[in-house]
Design a protein around this ligand. Structure first.
Ligand SMILES: [Zn+2]
Length: 315
């Protein structure tokens, strides 16, 4: 009885769902399109259908479900289950958990996607057997979640670890949030591709000219082949990434920093450079005690994180 969890990862283009046993082993999984253009209520109905489908296709009934966890882009209020507003979804102060609770009569928990990924790594991934850890995702933006003494740290307005918007360079490039010199305006995948495009437009002699569309992946690739413009962009971005992470280590003194997100696909070069910067800038004993490792859950960090949220909240 009540020996299964459901995890939902709500994104701007797709919604992923899994049903797992109490240890987080996946029984069934499914991915559907978000279809954000049909509005907030339609999205909730699609989530409800997805949950029903997961229960039925795995041969279970509602009686078997202990809780549902949902990870969503923020900002949101996890206590009240309200998504306040998000750039890629049509939500404005929308209560997403009440309709799901009412439909299934099971506990439903919500948190932002970075916190959910942090809880996932802590419970079932690279942060297992630690008490203090920080998860950082580097993709189009930079976000994070911290576990302190075994609990997720949300902060007063639930915006703790919005690390992408720490100012690292007072007169730096403008960020999407309106501020200048934010961490993510200097070190995210978007920041890398933007600097590459600027270099191409300014007529610099670079092998990046061979690409129609440049993502951070191409810049890493050309840097590795020896293109000096790409190398310069990567060097500078990784230095800022290292500085941001050094600041986070100084702030939290964690046992482990777990790095996820698309940019991490560039691999070892990122970890080597971050380690160098951290060793330069942090207290020696703190830097040497803190491991910096890749995410263990990878692309499943959203759904498995949602499962881990449901586990943590029903403990
Ligand atoms: Zn910002």
């Amino acid at each position: 009885m009540k020996e299964y969890f459901i995890g939902i990862d709500l994104g701007g283009t797709k919604i992923a769902g899994v049903i797992t046993d109490l240890k987080g082993n996946i029984i069934k999984e499914n991915i559907i399109k978000t279809m954000a253009e049909y509005g907030d209520k339609a999205i909730v109905l699609r989530i409800i259908n997805l949950i029903e489908d997961l229960i039925i296709s795995s041969g279970k009934t509602l009686e078997d479900i202990r809780a549902v966890g949902i990870g969503s882009p923020g900002p949101l209020d996890p206590k009240r289950g309200i998504i306040i507003t998000t750039p890629n979804l049509p939500f404005e102060n929308f209560d997403i958990i009440t309709p799901i609770k009412e439909k299934f009569n099971v506990p439903v928990f919500l948190d932002n996607d970075a916190n959910v990924a942090a809880i996932g790594e802590y419970t079932l991934g690279a942060g297992k057997n630690t008490k203090n850890m920080v998860y950082i995702t580097v993709s189009t933006g930079i976000g994070g979640g911290a576990i302190i003494n075994g609990k997720i740290y949300r902060g007063n307005t639930f915006n703790a670890l919005e690390i992408g918007h720490m100012t690292l360079l007072p007169d730096g490039p403008k960020c999407n949030c309106g501020n200048y010199g934010c961490f993510e305006a200097l070190a995210s995948g978007t920041a890398i591709s933007k600097r590459a495009e600027e270099a191409v437009e300014s007529g610099r002699d670079t092998s990046l000219l061979n690409y129609f569309k440049i993502t951070s992946y191409e810049v890493f690739k050309e840097a590795e082949k020896g293109d000096s413009v790409s190398r310069h962009i990567i060097d500078s971005s990784l230095e800022y990434l290292g500085i941001g992470i050094a600041n986070i280590i100084t702030l939290f003194d964690p046992e482990v920093i777990i790095l996820g997100g698309g940019v991490m696909k560039a691999g070892q070069i990122i970890f080597d450079r971050i380690k160098e910067v951290v060793d330069q800038r942090c207290f020696k004993n703190m830097a040497s005690a803190c491991k910096i490792v890749p995410s263990a859950l990878g692309e499943k960090s959203g759904v498995i994180g949602a499962i881990a949220l449901a586990m943590m909240e029903t403990e």
